[in-house]
Ligand binder design. Structure first.
Ligand SMILES: *Cc1c(COP(=O)(O)O)cnc(C)c1O
Length: 384
């Protein structure tokens, strides 16, 4: 790692970690090194350690140093998507006959990877409600190698106690992976709470502008980092330099954006609570949320994701989603613009008929950073 950035505050790290002015030109912004290969001074004579861009590229290195610093980890690897990062993490940490514990409402793509891909290679899994630590502990088997946790969860914003799960993992001799996509390193630091690995879909808040797909794995364990790096180079699931640049550019404002996402989410929660057409609001910042105390302990604020149930069931919920004007109907989350979606029909359609099925009256909001009054007004007119 080029700099010891641990003495800096979060926003300083977001802007400077891994991002010193270019020594040759003084370019303040890390250049987009759009090159596949690097000239060598004689066979094996690498000028600055770079050889071929699948293995390493300077724009990507800058992003990785920034991500490691933001998560308080020693190492980071950037990937072409969040799923590419999940694939490398799971394959590096499991062998045929091994067992993975997965949160019951884990990201659908992660569930699909275990259920439809890794299962064919002999990796077993159990899904459990990780909000209940005793249930998680009871699911541990002799062959459990990984506990895979998301907190807050999608779309019902359930909360898992990272420090408690880290203890379960340690006793089990397993690794705890935390998918920190929803919370971001600004709001939550899983490595500091005992997690072994943090995963990100940088597509979401880290990139923050809905213009790039990417992923990352951050760890302080040098052996895990080496195994992840070996597998990523072997399979080649790397982001291009332009994607790395966009993600790095977005990450510079993560702290500012997360404050505003959280402010706006709080305003919206306030407006939804007590509305005659809203039967339930899911937000970990609410005192009566079952995970509120744990969330308050391990998160700086409660973030920009809000879900709620609409009176009148699915038809009424779909009508609200069709009537918003500022909230764009769409999948994904974490961008500066506000999005609305119906998980049952959209992001979580594949869970229909399974125990993971999302109630059909639920709408999920990714609250953006627009003017809060405009956002509240849009929702109120859509609710009618
Ligand atoms: C989007 C998402 C992923 C997958 O990331 P991609 O970049 O879409 O591959 C994984 N976990 C969570 C929580 C996500 O929201």
């Amino acid at each position: 790692m080029a700099d010891d950035t641990s003495r800096w505050g979060f926003e300083t790290r977001a802007i400077h970690a891994g991002q010193r002015p270019d020594p040759q030109t003084g370019s303040v912004i890390v250049p987009i090194y759009a090159t596949s290969t690097f000239a060598q001074d004689g066979v094996g004579g690498l000028r600055s350690g770079y050889e071929y861009s699948r293995s390493a590229n300077p724009t990507r290195t800058a992003l990785e140093e920034a991500l490691a610093s933001l998560e308080g980890g020693r190492h980071a690897l950037a990937f072409s998507s969040g799923m590419a990062a999940a694939d490398v993490a799971l394959r590096a940490m499991t062998r045929p006959g091994d067992h993975v514990i997965l949160g019951g409402d884990a990201y659908g793509g992660t569930f699909r990877l275990l259920d439809k891909v890794l299962a064919h290679w002999g990796v077993e899994y159990t899904t459990v409600d990780l909000a209940d630590v005793d249930t998680a502990r009871a699911a541990v088997q002799a062959n459990t190698k990984v506990i895979w946790c998301e907190t807050p969860t999608n779309p019902l914003l359930g909360i898992a106690d990272i420090a408690a799960l880290a203890q379960v993992a340690t006793v089990a001799g397993a690794r705890l992976v935390v998918d920190n996509t929803f919370a971001t390193p600004y709001l939550q630091s899983p490595l500091g709470l005992g997690a072994d690995v943090v995963l990100h879909s940088t597509t979401k808040y880290l990139g923050g502008h809905s213009d790039v797909v990417g992923g990352a794995l951050i760890t302080s364990d040098p052996d895990l980092h080496e195994q992840f790096g070996f597998l990523r180079n072997a399979v080649g699931s790397v982001p291009g330099p332009f994607d790395a640049y966009l993600t790095l550019r977005g990450a510079k404002t993560l702290g500012l954006r997360m404050e505003r996402h959280s402010d706006n989410a709080e305003r919206i929660v306030e407006a939804l609570l007590g509305h005659r057409k809203v039967t339930k609001v899911y937000y970990p910042g609410l005192a009566d949320h079952p995970g509120h105390e744990v969330a308050a302990k391990q998160m700086r604020r409660f973030g920009g994701m809000v879900s709620f149930s609409v009176a009148g069931g699915e038809a009424a919920a779909l009508e609200v989603a069709a009537r918003t004007q500022l909230f764009i109907l769409g999948e994904s989350l974490g961008g500066v613009e506000s999005l609305i979606e119906h998980p049952g029909r959209m992001t979580h359609a594949s869970t229909t008929g399974s125990p993971l099925q999302v109630p059909d009256d639920v709408l999920r909001l990714s609250v953006g950073i627009e003017d809060a009054t405009d956002l509240v007004g849009d929702l109120l007119q859509a609710l009618g």
